[in-house]
Structures are given as structure tokens and as C-alpha cells.
Design a protein. Structure first.
Length: 260
């Protein structure tokens, strides 16, 4: 069993008067459940300051009880923490939504083999949190832009990127189409000739945005050349695509009403 791990703290719930149970997303893209004993203690400096949502932690684990997968944290230390996000309610809600989304598809790690691999979910989520924090430092935080980019990168990582080249019904080249719709059931875009008045007003925006996501890294992506009819509607459209592909409902995300 691996006893030393590093990961992002993506959820925490109280346990007793002084402890809490957390989910850590490890560098290999899998999650584990960890109990932090004494991390909510009162009367002395709170160690929870080193174990809060969004914190990157190095943790030494004890063994779980037989048949369980809840590991006690023997020691832990802080690697990195987003400071600005904690001070901004909207940004903190958005980060919480990121964590809820990733928790829906990342797998459990049983810590049976050594792994230093940096797998997709961790890479996407750590980039999302870092650049969210960076946008607050620069003073250009836009929650809708941050959510769009995160969802686009999740699509790439999880293999749910829509078909982008041709209309899913008539094979017409989409680069020559001015009005189109993202059709969840078909996993791609339809031209307006096939769906007519059903065509989404933000369908073309979604197609242009996703084309840029596919060819740009998190660091190099820029929204400056993009203009959207409604960026909020575009966020709702792409979140709807994600939910459809993973058989989820938007009401399952508690942080969503604070973001959209």
C-alpha cells in the first residue's frame, strides 16, 4: 500500500467534534477518502488551515480498517493553497462546482501500487484552480469564461468532445454553416437545414469555442477573439452536454445555483 500521497482536497465533511473526512484527488487522477483527526480542534491553532478546500496536500496515510477504504491521515503538510479564491464568494462557489463535477467521474484509488502518473482529471482540475486563482490576482475574473474553459477541457479529457467536422445528419461541413445546434443525443452538431427552427442560438458559439479549446492549452487560451450571443446560455448548453453524457441532472450540483 502507498502511504505517502499528494492530492487536491475536493470535499470535506465534519466528523465528531474535532475531525473531518475529506476526498483527495491524487496526482494519478483518482480519489481517496481520508479522515483528518483533530483538524477541527479548538483552543489552539487550527490545523485545518493546512487542510481546506482547494489545498494541495502531501499526506502520510495510516492503514484503513479491513474491508474499508477510509484512510487516517497521520501527518500532512501544505504544498499550495489558493488564497484569493477563499476571499471571493463567486470564485469559491465556482471552485466548489469544479470539485463536484470531477468527483462524478474520477475513480477510487485503492493505493495498491505505486503511481507517479499525472492523469487527466488531476491535470484539468489543478489547471482550473490555478488559473481561477490567477484571474483573481490579475483582476480579470469572469466566472462564465472560467467555467466554459473548464468544461471544454473536461470534454477533451473524458472523451465526450462533440463531433465537430460535419453535420451529424447530412454531413454538411460545419465551417460553412452559420446556424447550428449541439444535439446531445447524437454527440455532435446539426446544421440549421436539418433542425430548422430548433437550432440553438448559441450553437455556433459553442462550435467556435470548442474548436479553440481543442487547439489551445489552458495557459495559451484567450477569450479576446470570441464574441458570444449569451455566455451564460453557452455555459448552460455545455453543462447540459456534460450531464447528458454522464447520465446526471443539474440539480445534483449543489454549487450550481451560486454560479449560474
Amino acid at each position: 500500500m502507498r502511504v505517502k500521497v499528494e492530492g487536491l482536497l475536493i470535499s470535506k465533511i465534519p466528523f465528531g467534534d474535532k475531525h473531518f473526512i475529506a476526498k483527495l484527488l491524487l496526482r494519478n487522477g483518482k480519489k481517496i477518502s481520508v479522515v483528518f483527526y483533530g483538524a477541527r480542534g479548538a483552543g489552539k491553532k487550527r490545523t485545518s488551515s493546512l487542510a481546506d478546500l482547494g489545498h494541495m496536500l502531501a499526506v502520510e496515510l495510516g492503514r484503513a480498517k479491513y474491508g474499508e477504504h477510509l484512510y487516517p491521515a497521520k501527518e500532512w503538510s501544505l504544498i499550495w493553497a489558493p488564497k484569493k479564491i477563499r476571499e471571493d464568494y463567486k470564485a469559491f462557489s465556482l471552485m466548489s462546482l469544479y470539485f463536484e463535477i470531477v468527483a462524478k467521474f474520477c475513480l477510487e484509488d485503492h493505493l495498491e501500487t505505486e503511481s507517479d502518473e499525472h492523469d487527466g482529471p488531476f491535470r484539468v482540475l489543478s489547471n482550473a484552480v490555478f488559473f481561477l486563482e490567477d484571474s483573481l490576482k490579475k483582476g480579470d475574473f469572469n466566472p462564465y469564461e472560467q467555467l466554459l474553459l473548464f468544461l471544454g477541457k473536461v470534454f477533451q479529457d473524458q472523451g465526450i468532445f462533440p463531433k465537430m467536422g460535419d453535420c451529424i445528419f447530412c454531413d454538411r461541413k460545419l465551417e460553412h454553416v452559420s446556424q447550428m445546434s449541439l444535439v446531445f443525443e447524437q454527440g455532435g452538431f446539426s446544421c440549421s437545414l436539418c433542425l430548422g427552427p430548433q437550432s440553438e442560438g448559441v450553437g455556433r458559439d459553442a462550435w467556435q469555442f470548442l474548436n479553440m479549446v481543442r487547439s489551445s492549452s489552458y495557459q495559451d487560451f484567450s477569450f479576446k477573439t470570441l464574441e458570444f450571443q449569451s455566455i451564460k446560455s453557452l455555459c448552460q448548453l455545455l453543462l447540459g452536454h456534460f450531464c447528458y453524457q454522464f447520465h446526471l441532472e443539474e440539480r445534483q450540483f449543489r454549487a450550481l445555483p451560486m454560479v449560474l
